[in-house]
Design a protein around this ligand. Structure first.
Ligand SMILES: [Zn+2]
Length: 216
């Protein structure tokens, strides 16, 4: 029953890698973000609990998040293992995962991307005023500078994407991730991969580290 947890700051490509690993290893992709959205949408007991906190702009307590993941892993396809994305985020969640996985957590994969690289990526994002179409000054520029290709409205940079805001947000996440990285290093299951390379290369790096891990 291999369980593989992905760690890393937002924008490091955890979600993308989780999907690719899920396909390569034939294990379900369990994303805490997706599960929250589903539970909220269907108004499940967990969704209703979570909403109380979210509507006040508060963090959902560990106990609720843990219950949600437990429920998901109790489904038949979760028994064979899973690729966990966005969970665990705290030491308490990591302890809970150890119990759920019954000692079969195979690896915690830290997808590492220098903060300045992510700042650069996000700082290039531009959004259109009319419908929120997303562009990137470098990776997906509009045909005409500053104008949306689809509806012709003005493109602007959201406050959330301004370098100083992004930098601050990522530092906070990195500080939260650091103890988890330590947690898994101490247990000898930490795999660190360079996330600052093409998507395919990151997946290959993860898969070959997992293979080495399994044969060592
Ligand atoms: Zn547009």
């Amino acid at each position: 029953m291999p369980f593989i947890a992905l760690l890393g700051v937002p924008g490091a490509g955890k979600g993308t890698q989780a999907k690719r690993l899920s396909a390569a290893l034939a294990l379900p992709h369990v994303s805490s973000g997706d599960l929250f959205r589903e539970n909220l949408k269907h108004g499940t007991p967990i969704g209703q609990e979570a909403e109380k906190y979210l509507s006040r702009g508060e963090l959902v307590p560990d106990a609720i998040t843990i219950e949600m993941i437990e429920e998901r892993l109790a489904q038949t396809d979760g028994a064979a293992g899973a690729i966990l994305d966005g969970f665990p985020r705290t030491a308490r969640q990591a302890d809970a995962l150890e119990n759920m996985a019954g000692g079969s957590l195979r690896a915690a994969v830290h997808v590492e991307v220098p903060i300045e690289r992510l700042v650069e990526r996000m700082a290039g994002r531009r959004v259109c005023r009319e419908q929120g179409h997303v562009y990137h000054t470098k990776h997906k520029p509009p045909k005409e500078w500053g104008i949306c290709d689809i509806d012709g409205s003005e493109l602007y940079q959201r406050d959330d994407d301004k370098p100083e805001t992004v930098r601050h947000r990522l530092k906070v996440y990195e500080e939260q991730t650091a103890p988890l990285v330590e947690y898994y290093r101490e247990r000898g299951v930490l795999v660190t991969v360079n996330g600052d390379q093409p998507i395919e290369a990151v997946t290959e790096a993860i898969l070959s580290s997992l293979e080495q891990e399994a044969t060592s």
